[in-house]
Ligand binder design. Structure first.
Ligand SMILES: C[S@@+](CC[C@H](N)C(=O)[O-])C[C@H]1O[C@@H](n2cnc3c(N)ncnc32)[C@H](O)[C@@H]1O
Length: 267
């Protein structure tokens, strides 16, 4: 019996792949959660497609850090990368997820895909080359590890959708508001404000770090707020122009806020 395709699914999308990824139910239906997930992935694919197009007939390696079930990698591969000279490597700490992705990759003969069970921070030893680095909702500082990896590989493009961020929040919490030397402490004196401000500040410092290391940064929204609270999309292109002003500002923000203990992360 023919399945009625949802209007949200792209025409050239492999339906069986979506079923195997449990985005579609066995009878081809899309539930609320999967619809949200698929919308996010498609939106991200739309941002990544023009980047991949730049490689024309050249080979390239896209490394997806904190790949999870590799929704992004599989959908990107199926819709775009399989028709190019590119390959995708998914890095994921959870071995079980890596094994499942491996099986799926073999089932669909996606030969230019590879999955590695490894911490992002150590993956640089195994992966020799990365032209495009992605990290979608990689937990907490895993996004920073993905950035360090990309810098080490001198990646052309870095695409990040950061997740929960607690490191700066914890750093801010160690400074007693009564001891803070300036009025900016009011930005994060209350618990909910320090979480939000910590998260915002983390991404601001990440952008400054990207610029200071030679990347041009675009920050935009992945999907509307109604869909996800973690929807900041950071796209960085390696234009190889180190920005000293960004570096100086990053340094000043860190010292003004008394976060020197965390400067190893950014400076
Ligand atoms: C919230 S999930 C996101 C998965 C996927 N990128 C997505 O958006 O569907 C985060 C994934 O990152 C993995 N992860 C977190 N920290 C990691 C690290 N340091 N190294 C490798 N994988 C990590 C987790 O095991 C988890 O599967």
């Amino acid at each position: 019996m023919g399945m009625e395709k949802s209007y949200e699914i792209k025409d050239d999308q492999n339906i069986e792949l979506l079923k195997q990824l449990h985005i579609l139910t066995r009878d081809g239906k899309l539930n609320q959660d999967s619809r949200r997930k698929l919308k996010q992935i498609y939106h991200l694919v739309n941002f990544i497609q023009p980047i991949i197009t730049k490689y024309h007939d050249r080979s390239f390696t896209l490394v997806d850090h904190g790949a999870g079930k590799s929704y992004l990698g599989f959908i990107l591969f199926d819709l775009i990368v399989k028709n190019t000279l590119g390959s995708i490597i998914g890095v994921e700490i959870n071995e079980d997820l890596v094994n499942k992705s491996q099986l799926l990759m073999e089932r669909f003969n996606f030969n230019n895909m590879q999955f590695i069970s490894q911490e992002i921070a150590k993956s640089s030893e195994i992966i020799s080359k990365a032209d495009i680095v992605t990290a979608l909702h990689a937990c907490d500082t895993a996004t920073d590890d993905a950035m360090s990896f990309a810098f080490e590989k001198n990646a052309d493009w870095i695409v990040l959708v950061p997740c929960c961020q607690a490191e700066i929040y914890r750093g801010l919490k160690t400074i007693k508001p009564s001891q803070a030397s300036n009025h900016w402490v009011e930005l994060y004196r209350h618990g909910i404000h320090s979480r939000e401000f910590g998260s915002h500040l983390t991404n601001v410092l990440r952008c400054l770090k990207l610029e200071s290391l030679g990347y041009k940064v675009t920050v935009t929204e992945l999907v509307g707020w109604e869909h996800s609270m973690k929807n900041e999309l950071i796209i960085a292109e390696n234009i190889k122009q180190k920005n000293t002003k960004s570096y100086d500002r990053m340094k000043k923000i860190i010292s003004d806020l008394g976060l020197e203990k965390l400067q190893f992360r950014f400076l």
